[in-house]
Design a protein around this ligand. Structure first.
Ligand code: MLT
Length: 406
């Protein structure tokens, strides 16, 4: 008789954004006349930039001709894309990352869930609290997190690093020593960032204790302040301790197109074994590569036209972010984020729990956000709004929230 992976049974509830989706759908079916504004999941709304559309059309035409048709992509991704990434995202910022250390994939969500596979099950993970749920859930599925305590909503074998107003939502070095440290900056969900000097402390710490940092930089395009690092490889010593995850979803609107990449520097080793080789083995075995047409679209992100158009797109969303931030602040909410990130993190009013506030906004003003407690226990009493809506919907949502009388 077959047996299940019982680790799946340990997972409490469904994936956060699936739970929200179900709640919103149920409300929408029961109230078909209501116009719901969705600022919950961080999904983009603006169309793909013209340079990207042009590249997609060109690649589709190539696929229709025998002489330019492509089948399976190379294991690590096409060189034209990996070279563009290495030049623009790394060399231009003074980071020593070469094209053959870049693994092209279909997005940072999958990579952030899969990367734990190359590490032993007895590694101890450390996560920020609140945190993007994929990091913890994928380790639960693997059997690395111990037992779940429903009262504290924590796992026995996970080291939680609270990110609260008291520490400006930046984690402190943990008291217990972790083996794998998940960091995400600009942060999802709080929108907070760390300076280069702060990130350097983490790199030094990881090198000292022999830990690996899994650094999620999916939101780096939203950085507006100069002392905030765009890549962990801006820090000295990061090549020996850090893996970086990147996405085209947020900087180029690829949430439905799917493209991302992971950087595994060749210096990153456990004894004599380079993690690069392990990830290459995993990638080659379990993955057949992002589609050629999508990788050509990714290349267009780095063209001069693409860069100009995407700068405008990011500015559009950041204008929404300031609108939400300023509007809610004026209305008396305690808000943070939104300066180097497309997320605004606000305290729920009147001591409401995150889910109470979620239900209240959905039912009374038909605005959807994300309850902070869905990201971890320290998210309780907070609520996340995304700047990825249209400007019109953002303005209307803020006006509606401003009008609530609690
Ligand atoms: C979020 O809303 O946190 C993100 O959209 C999730 C993701 O990028 O997978």
């Amino acid at each position: 008789m077959f047996k299940l992976n019982n680790n799946y049974l340990k997972l409490p509830g469904s994936y956060l954004f699936s739970t929200i989706g179900k709640k919103v759908n149920a409300y929408s079916v029961a109230n078909p006349d209501k116009k719901i504004i969705r600022l919950g999941i961080g999904d983009v709304t603006q169309p793909l930039a013209p340079a990207i559309i042009q590249a997609l059309h060109g690649a589709v035409d190539e696929m229709g001709r025998a002489e330019t048709f492509r089948g399976y992509a190379p294991d690590l991704g096409y060189e034209f894309l990996r070279n563009a990434i290495a030049d623009n995202d790394y060399k231009a910022r003074g980071c020593d990352i070469s094209a053959d250390e870049i693994f092209v994939s279909d997005g940072a969500k999958c990579d952030s869930g899969n990367i734990q596979e190359i590490f032993s099950l007895d590694n101890r993970i450390a996560v920020c609290d609140p945190v993007y749920p994929v990091y913890v859930d994928s380790n639960v599925m693997a059997g690395r997190t111990g037992t779940y305590d429903a009262n504290t909503e924590t796992w026995s074998d996970v080291i939680y690093m609270p990110c609260t107003a008291a520490n400006n939502f930046a984690p402190e070095l943990p008291k217990e020593t972790p083996d794998l440290i998940y960091l995400c900056f600009p942060n999802n969900p709080t929108g907070a960032t760390v300076t280069k000097a702060q990130l350097q402390e983490w790199v030094d710490y990881a090198n000292k204790v022999g830990a690996v940092i899994i650094y999620d930089a999916a939101y780096e395009a939203y950085i507006s302040e100069t002392d905030v690092p765009h890549s962990i490889y801006e820090c000295e010593g990061a090549r020996a301790c850090a893996i970086e995850l990147r996405s085209f979803s947020k900087n180029a609107g690829f949430t439905g197109v799917r493209l991302g990449f992971t950087v595994v520097p060749k210096e990153l080793k456990c004894g004599d074994v380079a993690l690069h080789g392990l990830w290459a083995r995993r990638h080659g075995t379990k993955y057949n590569g992002a589609p050629y047409i999508v990788q050509r679209a990714g290349e267009a992100v780095y063209s001069e036209e693409g860069k100009t158009q995407l700068k405008k797109q990011v500015a559009y969303y950041m204008n929404n972010a300031s609108y939400i931030y300023n509007g809610l602040k004026e209305a008396g909410f305690t808000v943070s984020g939104g300066v180097n990130a497309p997320y605004i993190w606000l305290q729920t009013p009147k001591g409401m729990t995150s889910w109470e506030f979620f239900d209240y906004l959905l039912e009374n003003v038909n605005v959807v956000g994300t309850p902070g407690s869905g990201f971890g226990p320290s998210g309780e009493g907070y609520f996340r709004l995304t700047a990825f809506g249209s400007y019109e919907n953002t303005v209307e949502a803020v006006d509606r929230i401003k009008g609530v009388r609690l």
